[in-house]
Design a protein around this ligand. Structure first.
Ligand SMILES: [Fe+2]
Ligand SMILES: [Fe+2]
Length: 247
């Protein structure tokens, strides 16, 4: 969390966190994402909920969560990257360079590993067949989704950000057309990866797993981490910046 003004110093930590949203906390410091992940709390599509609300809904010990968030702050030490203060064009370039490239490099690996593992071990562990189907579904959805962002939405956003004055008409069009569609698609792909997480017992390979089986689960978890950060940057930072421009 950013350094707090003096009048906050005597406030109870619980009070400081309880009413803040998960998305706000991760927006300030992406290193906190790992803590929310540990507690099974979604920070990208479901990030609009307050800490208190999210803990109540999932039966999570809020004080333990806050303690972990605080200790992550002292553990990570260095200054967090403040994506929120980045200009829109830089954010778009970062998303493309880091996350879209990651997805393009890794989807073929996931498809290959999941097909191989389902073929060899699917008779003993039938969930592997479902995992392979979900991976294929996720790949098709993501390829189409990223194309829409790369060919339509992101060029519109970049063009808008280059203009001296805000083009209210284009901004309105973006916020009421492509943005809600992208958000709905994020939710769908987020649901698929959560389903894969459940099917794979939180990406835990069984004792008899071969190396490809283990590598598949390792890569799936890495892919989930990247996907959640990717969606967080779009939903909670990039689109939020557009909403602020329109306000
Ligand atoms: Fe994207
Ligand atoms: Fe997206």
């Amino acid at each position: 969390m950013a350094s707090l003004p003096p009048y906050f110093c005597n406030m109870d930590k619980k009070e400081l966190y309880a009413h803040r949203t998960i998305a706000e906390i991760v927006t300030e410091d992406i290193s906190k994402a790992g803590i929310f992940k540990k507690y099974g709390l979604d920070f990208c599509c479901g990030g609009g909920r307050s800490i208190e609300e999210a803990c109540m809904k999932k039966g999570i010990d809020m004080e333990a969560l806050i303690r972990d968030l605080e200790s992550e702050k002292s553990r990570s030490g260095g200054r967090p990257v403040r994506f929120k203060s980045w200009p829109v064009h830089l954010l778009v370039d970062y998303i493309l360079e880091v996350h879209h490239n990651y997805v393009r490099e890794n989807l073929p690996i996931l498809k290959q590993f999941s097909a191989k593992v389902a073929k060899v071990h699917g008779h003993a562990d039938p969930e592997l067949i479902q995992i392979q189907q979900r991976v294929e579904e996720m790949a098709t959805d993501l390829e189409m989704h990223m194309r829409k962002e790369e060919e339509i939405l992101f060029p519109m956003i970049k063009k808008l950000s280059e203009q001296r004055e805000v083009d209210a008409e284009t901004l309105h069009l973006i916020l009421h057309g492509p943005v809600p569609v992208m958000e709905a698609e994020h939710e769908r792909v987020g649901d698929i990866i959560k389903e894969i997480r459940d099917l794979s017992h939180q990406f835990t390979p069984p004792g008899h797993a071969c190396n490809t089986y283990k590598a598949l689960y390792f890569k799936l978890e890495e892919f989930e981490d990247d996907l959640f950060q990717h969606i967080h940057l779009e939903n909670n930072i990039l689109f939020e910046k557009l909403r602020e421009m329109a306000a």
